[in-house]
Design a protein around this ligand. Structure first.
Ligand code: GLN
Length: 480
């Protein structure tokens, strides 16, 4: 296989005038035309916007002006991020014909840095799922093993990078939706701390958990994209004013002497033997780099899935109330107002979204609020405390990203609980608000499927997380 394009190879090819930004974009659209009918990873392409941006970059090159950091870099963006004038569906029938009137801040920042938006990527409907099979527009195939899922919910964003149909992409992570598909498709993928990246223009699933972050072919590119999209945005009051470090230079710092917490609670039964073997080899690799391994306990880990499915569904039921047939998207007419609501929402939402709205409405309802929602918030605080306690002893925490490698399409669609368990190692960090990356950690001996190693850092410790991931990658973590 050809070496994948990276941010630096794009930059040097453009600077050396080996090809123009327009030619590079055209090359990617050619690849997309060839592969997307099978993979179904892009839902909408944006060639006009891509070529207009590429021409701007080519004009800068022609006049010998300095190039912005992501000049000419072709990217895909998950279809839950608003893009002005470009269809944004959330992979839902209810938004099938939704054309936003503004851009998400993260998209705006990537384009200001010179990136070329190729199109919008498929995902689970409203980002609810772990396999991309909940998309109203069909499943995405894993480019590594086309009879298997790419993971979810940002399955399209992972697949386009892994298949060479974009140099990098944006996904969103509420309970694992960046890290888990990154692991299943064999590429690095990261969510920064809650508040690190503005959510303005992200169509909400669970607002206290939703985060935007990058997929790329190497950790350096993940760092470069995160650095571009991070930072305060007055249009999202939860975005932090904390300064954004220069992650691309921070990653080179040595990792010798860093203390790595290994939580026993994450290595319980239920983990695939191939995943266990590779993650153990990954941990040994970190040790060989001079990291100190420390056994830690995270005692509330067992409650994370239950807590997540209370809080995330409660927030979803509230956020999705806006799809009422009046303001956005689909409307199915009826002589009565309530009839119009029922028909619109009945026809517009898929089964998993309906299940979550019902669940979320239930846990918020009078009489059950204290028992479920309020209790869930208390347990969330305990899970966050587990992380804070751990970070008094260690610099980072290392776990598997997913208990299982990519599974067969259709294998878990009839069992939502089995599907929810795919997030068992990722939801804790989501509830705690800390940053986490998944970095390739070899392939299963049985079927040669990618395994991901997850690295958590303390809140706003992205630089440390990236440093470890970079050292791990440079030491050959992907080939264990
Ligand atoms: N798989 C989890 C869910 O279905 C997480 C989704 C996400 O992170 N958006 O909710």
């Amino acid at each position: 296989m050809l070496e994948p394009w990276t941010i630096s190879s794009v930059r040097s090819a453009l600077a050396a005038k080996k090809l123009s930004a327009r030619e590079l974009a055209a090359e990617f659209f050619t690849r997309i035309d060839a592969q997307n009918p099978t993979l179904n990873a892009y839902l909408t392409l944006s060639p006009e916007r891509a070529y207009a941006q590429a021409d701007k970059i080519d004009a800068l090159i022609a006049s010998n002006k300095s190039l912005p950091p992501l000049a000419g870099v072709p990217i895909g963006v998950k279809d839950v991020l608003s893009t002005r004038g470009i269809r944004t569906t959330c992979s839902s029938k209810i938004l099938e014909n939704h054309f936003p009137v503004y851009d998400a801040t993260a998209v705006e920042r990537l384009e200001s840095a010179g990136a070329v938006l190729l199109g919008k990527t498929n995902c689970d409907e409203f980002a609810m799922g772990s396999s991309n099979e909940n998309s109203a527009f069909g499943a995405v195939k894993n480019p590594i093993a086309p009879d298997r899922v790419p993971g979810g919910s940002s399955g399209g964003s992972a697949a386009v990078v892994a298949a060479g149909l974009a140099v990098a992409s944006l996904g969103t992570d509420t309970g694992g939706s960046i890290r888990q598909p990154g692991a299943l498709c064999g590429i690095p993928a990261m969510m920064g701390s809650y508040g690190r990246v503005s959510r303005y223009g992200l169509i909400a699933f669970a607002s206290s958990l939703d985060r935007i972050g990058p997929f790329a072919n190497n950790v350096h590119d993940v760092a470069a994209i995160l650095q571009t999209i991070a930072g305060r945005d007055p249009r999202d009051s939860t975005s932090t004013t904390a300064p954004v470090p220069d992650y691309t230079s921070e990653i080179a710092k040595p990792v010798k002497g860093l203390r790595i917490g290994i939580p026993k609670d994450y290595f319980a039964e239920g983990m695939h033997s191939g995943v266990r073997a590779k993650v153990e080899a990954g941990i040994a690799l970190l040790k060989s780099l001079g990291c100190e391994l420390v056994d830690i306990r995270m005692p509330h880990t067992d409650y994370a899935i239950a807590t997540y499915y209370i809080i995330a569904t409660a927030e979803a039921s509230s956020n999705l109330a806006r799809y009422d047939g009046v303001r956005y998207g689909l409307r199915v007419d009826d002589p009565t107002l309530i009839g119009m609501y029922r028909k619109t929402r009945g026809a517009g939402f898929g089964p998993e979204v309906k299940r979550r709205i019902v669940l979320g409405t239930y846990v918020l309802s009078a009489g059950y609020y204290d028992a479920y929602y309020l209790k869930g918030q208390k347990v969330r605080a305990l899970i966050a405390q587990d992380f804070r306690d751990a970070f008094t002893k260690v610099d980072a925490i290392v776990t598997p990203t997913s208990p299982i490698p990519a599974f067969k399409l259709g294998e878990k669609t009839n069992d939502p609980l089995q599907m929810y368990l795919a997030d068992i190692y990722t939801v804790t960090g989501s509830l705690a608000g800390v940053p986490g990356i998944s970095v390739p950690c070899g392939k299963t001996p049985q079927k040669n499927l990618p395994v991901g190693l997850q690295i958590f850092g303390p809140a706003f410790g992205e630089a440390r997380v990236l440093q470890l991931a970079h050292a791990f990658e440079q030491a050959g973590g992907a080939n264990l």
